[in-house]
Design a protein around this ligand. Sequence first.
Ligand code: CU
Length: 58
Amino acid sequence: MHCQSCADAIGGSLRSLKGVKEAKVEFAKSKATVRFDPGQTDSLKVRKAIEGAGYRVA
Ligand SMILES: [Cu+2]
């Protein structure tokens, strides 16, 4: 993640994921905060969505 538009792209793909209620990606902190319904998705799927957008998960 190297600029704000990357952060927005990641946030957008996270929010399009089923079960995700809220996704906040902070470029300055290289941090993503994701709230999701554990009945509909899980952290692995969230991780895959980030990787699918072309970014690595630390
Ligand atoms: Cu960028």
